[in-house]
Design a protein around this ligand. Structure first.
Ligand code: DCP
Ligand code: MG
Length: 575
């Protein structure tokens, strides 16, 4: 959990920062070479508070302080080998070797730090600090330069102590660093000017701003009941009409009242039926059809079955037709003991098939773990799962990067699962380096007791410009994760998806896995109908000659598709 404390309490007389009290640390110090810690000069870190939320600021400070305490304790207890990462916080930017900042614009930075001083420092993102602390060494700066205009200066200050993320341990040539520098920092602020370029009247949801909670959220939720019912009954066309209507209402900028009803005719996808439902809702606060559906026992059973991982509407209806009505009856039918899943997992490391036996195995796991899997995951735990997974991955392959995609990236306070998109930082060689990593990582996480089940695992297939289905072709594993018994997190089973992408399709993978589902559907449709292109998580290509595009940033993905960049938190085009 981030620590909420006033930052003043960290400031000492000499301008350095130190905490007034010290929470127990759960971080691991990586050992490297023996050294006398007393003789060492620390790297001085200045964390610029501007644009960093107070909770995040406190968390960063605590991470450094925890790390320092553990490191010193190890040294004094004569445990011999200690980490080479020796950091000291300072409250004085001028004294610092490294400035950690969430600011990306030079002019903005210079409002806080004099330009002559800024030029003499390495200016890096908060991720550099987190990742260096996780790996126990000062990482090279090339993926972490915070301010593009000061990148040259930052790279000049790169510590050669940092272990190279490629096969060589020395620093790469400057031009190569520049070539390889692309950001994985997802915490960009919302650009108001970009939001203004979007329109709630647009036909594609990738051209509309869709916040997580919209002014008409209760109307959206009422319509969503009808949408879900159509989905459960296999009425896909009707379901899509409701999904489209929901996505249009999500972007409507104010509460719909009697006076607004007329304006709704200007919006796409709101036919007569939807219009009268909205009218009814505005008048009564309810939609009768939605209330009838909610009270329907068939809907209740199908909805309950559909919550189980591995059971889709088709299977739910088949089970209902067999006379099953409740989840307890399902447990008996599948001979599952709640909370205990002894299904063998490691055999699932073989590429997944859709055989009846494989599907049944998945359902049994989903059913056995349903109580845990129905609990949503708070953001700090999502972040900690990502950090843990990446730490384990660093034992197999150095230099990998990840972005947490899915609902988390769209700003959801609680997620149903964790979607982690992973690549290698080396633009040239990264694609070779990530090949086959998915299985190795899952194997390692399984050996460490962190992954208990593998629901699905699949290898890489080439992006195909003519392929019609949209399930991507990236290496991925859909797993069940659980913290060890001695962890500070409760041992609740969590669904974690691990998606591996080569550097050249990393940002398409991130966009593809950020969602929401309707936003993705419209991105694909926009690419096809308006641009003659094919978009999916595994790449962007031009249909007529299969030319492939390799965007280096998320903004580039939107640029290639001829779209204004939509901030992740404005991509909530589903209920
Ligand atoms: N996605 C997609 N098509 C798929 C699978 C995923 O477009 N076949 C995209 C859209 C989703 C995102 O990936 O928003 C992640 O999928 P999740 O099922 O994890 O959904 P969310 O992360 O959006 O929400 P949550 O996990 O909280 O339910
Ligand atoms: Mg998710």
């Amino acid at each position: 959990m981030p620590f909420k404390r006033p930052l003043r309490s960290y400031t000492c007389d000499d301008g350095s920062l130190s905490p007034s009290d010290r929470p127990s640390s759960s971080r691991r110090i990586r050992s490297s070479s023996p050294r006398n810690i007393e003789e060492e000069k620390p790297l001085l870190i200045y964390i610029l508070p501007a644009k960093i939320r107070p909770e995040a600021m406190s968390e960063l400070v605590m991470l450094v302080e925890d790390y320092k305490i553990e490191r010193v304790t190890m040294g004094h207890q004569g445990r011999g080998v200690i980490s080479e990462l020796n950091l000291q916080l300072t409250g004085d930017a001028e004294k610092a070797n490294i400035v950690v900042t969430a600011i990306h614009m030079r002019q903005r930075l210079e409002r806080h730090i004099d330009s002559r001083i800024a030029k003499t420092k390495a200016i890096v993102t908060p991720s550099w600090l987190r990742d260096s602390l996780t790996s126990g060494q000062p990482l090279p700066y090339w993926n972490y330069a915070a301010v593009h205009d000061l990148e040259d200066e930052t790279l000049r200050h790169c510590p050669d102590a940092g272990q190279d993320t490629s096969s060589s341990s020395s620093l790469r040539s400057h031009s190569q660093e520049k070539e390889n520098s692309w950001r994985t920092e997802p915490d960009e602020p919302i650009e108001v000017t970009e939001v203004e370029l979007l329109s709630h009247k647009a036909r594609y949801s990738c051209l509309r701003p869709s916040p997580l909670v919209c002014p008409n959220q209760s109307l959206v939720e009422e319509i969503n009941i009808i949408r879900r019912s159509r989905h459960l009954e296999g009425e896909e066309r009707s379901m899509l009409s409701y999904s489209r209507a929901i996505s249009v209402i999500k972007a409507y900028p104010r509460i719909i009242t009697q006076r607004d009803l007329h304006d709704l005719h200007e919006l796409p996808f709101l036919g007569e039926k939807l219009y009268s439902m909205i009218q009814e809702f505005v008048k009564t606060g309810r939609i009768a059809e939605a209330q009838t559906i909610l009270a329907d026992s068939r809907f209740q059973s199908l909805s309950a079955f559909d919550t189980i991982y591995g059971i889709g509407p088709h299977t739910a209806r088949r089970l209902y037709d067999l006379g099953l009505r409740t989840l307890e009856e399902l447990e008996q039918y599948y001979e599952v003991i709640p909370g205990a899943s002894n299904e063998e997992t490691i055999s699932l490391l073989e590429e997944s098939t859709n055989t009846e036996a494989a599907v049944e195995k998945t359902i049994k796991i989903g059913l056995a773990l349903r109580h845990d899997l129905s609990h949503t995951i708070p953001r700090p735990e999502v972040e900690e799962i990502n950090r843990t997974v990446m730490q384990e991955l660093s034992h197999i392959q150095k230099g990998c990067k990840s972005v947490i995609a899915g609902g988390y990236r769209r700003g959801k306070p609680q997620s149903n699962d964790v979607d982690i998109v992973i690549t290698h930082a080396d633009w040239e060689l990264g694609s070779q380096k990530v090949k086959g990593l998915c299985k190795k990582l899952v194997q390692r996480l399984h050996e460490q007791g962190l992954v208990t089940h593998v629901m699905h695992i699949s290898g890489f297939h080439e992006h195909n410009a003519l392929r019609t289905h949209h399930w991507d072709s990236l290496e991925k594993a859909l797993t069940v994760f659980a913290w060890p018994h001695n962890s500070s997190w409760p041992r609740v089973y969590r669904r974690v998806d691990l998606i591996f992408a080569a550097p050249e399709v990393f940002w398409t993978a991130v966009v593809g896995w950020t969602g929401s589902t309707m936003f993705e559907r419209d991105l694909r449709l926009w690419a096809k109908q308006q641009k003659g292109m094919k978009f999916d998580s595994s790449g962007i290509s031009r249909r007529h000659d299969s030319k492939l595009y390799y965007p280096r940033t998320e903004r580039d993905v939107f640029k290639v598709l001829g779209l204004v960049h939509v901030h992740p938190t404005m991509r909530n085009a589903d209920a």
